[in-house]
Ligand binder design. Structure first.
Ligand SMILES: C[C@@H](O)[C@H](NC(=O)OP(=O)(O)OC[C@H]1O[C@@H](n2cnc3c(N)ncnc32)[C@H](O)[C@@H]1O)C(=O)O
Ligand SMILES: Nc1ncnc2c1ncn2[C@@H]1O[C@H](COP(=O)(O)OP(=O)(O)OP(=O)(O)O)[C@@H](O)[C@H]1O
Ligand SMILES: [Fe+2]
Length: 523
């Protein structure tokens, strides 16, 4: 089969031909380069209008007469750009008399990595301009395991470079200047598998304004932002019991990010794949490759139903091309467990060691391991005083980043997911929040079940009086239900119900706001 793909969600006016027989992909791209500032939606659309016909023409010329389907980026992306691409795709498919396939751009970033790696069911880190998220396949859908709470990773970097007066796109310039940089401390924010860039970006701009060398800020920006992405990826591998990771998106062209992810995976015995740069940045090749899989599954769209979807979420897509597949995984409960952060040896007592992470800069690594060990010890005690079951500690060594504690429960909640279990988590979180404590990482792996329900792993916890922070705890827990439960809907309902009963219903309202914010925005 030969599929002609068309991409044009933001900057890349691109067309490609993918041949399933030879597995060859030929890509023709005409990039939009803003004269000043970032991407202007109107200018970008203008670019699509003038550039799409020529790249499509070249692809058609390359394909000759045999094209079996036309695939196009249906969203997410800038509405005015998408509409031009949609119109072109409809015209070409109609003219050739072949089926039309509407592809989700974010899933294309993921599927190209799965396709090129040959991995079976990897977790995907998408590090693109307008997005940053982790996807995992479970129960016939791609679930969003974690995502940015504010801007996409590329946009965050581009805003910083605009501030220092560099032209778009900023990512490659930061990468080049980072080569002569040295480490300075910047904020580091992960919440479960979610993360946020706003704090670190303001701090980076301020640092430059205050006279810090721009090379040092570029270097440190990469060290912090990419370490956050590595950490949440490792959390996703750990939570889902997966041992394959693929990278997607334009920021994936950064050699330091690829090296860090490779090292993180090597350290935990997982496999890592990053496709070639031509498949990482926006390109129509990835649209054609996923288009071929969808067409093969009969997943085509009638022209009259093919309107574009600027807010198209990856978890809204029925994954027709992987129908019938599911991934059954789970950890055992013996010997040594490897969490995302620590190695945990389970005996009568539990010894938890936050070992150094080779991918992190040594200064950042030492800071995180020390702070988290200290914080975990303090919050385990504070929580128990409030009546929330936690393991009793017998030893703490912040310098070595080790803790020794009581062994609790029979298994992790993810192995025995019941409504009663998630209700207890709802009640426990309500109690913590009532006393101003945020758990920071309440996942189905960080809850132990047995004759009662214990909360463990307070390493990301802290004290706060902000409803927003409590809502993030709920968001993290619900995200982990999405990643580990076959049918998360009733469990989420039971959890929220128990939380609202025992705690402040305003937190559940704030959760709705957090969810809206996590949705795709073009800038
Ligand atoms: C919806 C769609 O339009 C959007 N596309 C997009 O963001 O383009 P993409 O090609 O995936 O990524 C562009 C981003 O990738 C960054 N980038 C490019 N080379 C880089 C490098 N060497 N290091 C860091 N960032 C880099 C750029 O600065 C820019 O922010 C998306 O996928 O989110
Ligand atoms: N006190 C305990 N009693 C019983 N099992 C425990 C205890 N502490 C940890 N475990 C087991 O070890 C696993 C990893 O522990 P923990 O979550 O503390 O480490 P981590 O590396 O911080 O994990 P992650 O960051 O992936 O959540 C847990 O999921 C649980 O199965
Ligand atoms: Fe993209």
């Amino acid at each position: 089969m030969r599929v002609l793909g068309i991409e044009g969600t933001a900057w890349a006016a691109s067309a490609a031909v993918y041949d399933t027989e030879t597995d060859e992909t030929t890509i023709f791209t005409d990039a939009y380069q803003p004269e000043s500032g970032g991407i202007h939606p109107r200018e970008a659309a203008e670019h699509m209008r003038s550039a799409i016909p020529a790249v499509v023409w070249r692809a058609r010329d390359h394909a000759g007469d045999d094209v079996d389907a036309v695939a196009f980026s249906r969203g997410p992306g800038l509405g005015p750009c998408l509409r031009i691409v949609g119109t072109a795709a409809r015209a070409v498919a109609g003219g050739l008399g072949v089926p039309l396939v509407g592809v989700n751009h974010m899933l294309a970033h993921l599927e190209i990595g799965r396709h090129r790696s040959g991995f079976d069911s990897p977790v995907c880190l998408n590090a693109s301009g307008a997005n940053a998220h982790l996807l995992g396949f479970h129960g016939g859908r791609y679930r969003v395991l974690g995502e940015t709470m504010d801007t996409g990773v590329g946009n965050a970097i581009d805003k910083f470079t605009r501030h220092v007066g560099w032209s778009h796109p900023g990512g490659p310039k930061v990468e080049a200047r980072a080569k002569d940089g040295e480490y300075v401390d910047l904020p580091y924010v992960v919440k479960g598998m979610d993360f946020s860039f706003s704090g670190i970006m303001s701090a980076a701009k301020e640092a430059v304004d205050d006279g810090e060398r721009v090379e040092d800020v570029c270097f440190s920006l990469q060290e912090h932002v990419f370490a956050m992405l590595c950490e949440v990826s490792e959390r996703a591998l750990s939570l889902t019991g997966n041992d394959e990771l693929v990278l997607g998106g334009g920021v994936g062209q950064n050699a330091r990010l690829r090296a860090m992810l490779g090292e993180m995976c090597a350290q935990r015995g997982a496999r890592f794949h990053a496709p070639e740069p031509r498949f990482l940045r926006d390109n129509a090749g990835m649209i054609a490759v996923l288009g071929a899989k969808m067409a093969d599954a009969g997943d085509t769209v009638a022209i009259e139903d093919s309107r574009v979807r600027p807010d198209f979420r990856p978890d809204d897509v029925p994954v027709t091309w992987r129908a019938g597949e599911d991934v059954a995984r789970g950890g055992d409960d013996a010997g040594t467990q490897r969490g995302a952060e620590a190695t945990v040896s389970l005996d009568d007592r539990v010894a938890k060691a936050r070992e150094p992470k080779g991918y992190r800069h040594p200064a950042l690594d030492a800071r995180l391991r020390r702070e988290r060990t200290r914080g975990e010890a303090r919050l385990l005690r504070d929580a128990r005083r409030l009546g929330v079951p936690t393991p009793v500690l017998s030893d703490v060594d912040p310098r070595e980043a080790t803790l020794t504690m009581e062994r609790v429960g029979d298994c992790d909640l993810r192995e025995r997911l019941t409504e009663e279990g998630v209700r207890s988590v709802g009640r426990h979180l309500a109690t913590l929040h009532g006393a101003g404590i945020v758990h920071g990482d309440p996942t189905t792996r960080n809850v132990r079940v047995g004759r009662r329900t214990w909360l463990i792993d307070f390493g990301l916890g802290y004290h706060s009086r902000h409803v927003e922070d409590y809502a993030m705890d709920l968001h993290v827990f619900e995200g982990s239900l999405g990643g580990t439960a076959d049918d998360p809907v009733p469990l989420i309902a039971a959890f929220e119900d128990a939380y609202a009963d025992a705690g402040d219903p305003a937190v559940v309202e704030q959760l709705r706001e957090v969810e809206r914010r996590g949705r795709y925005r073009s800038e």
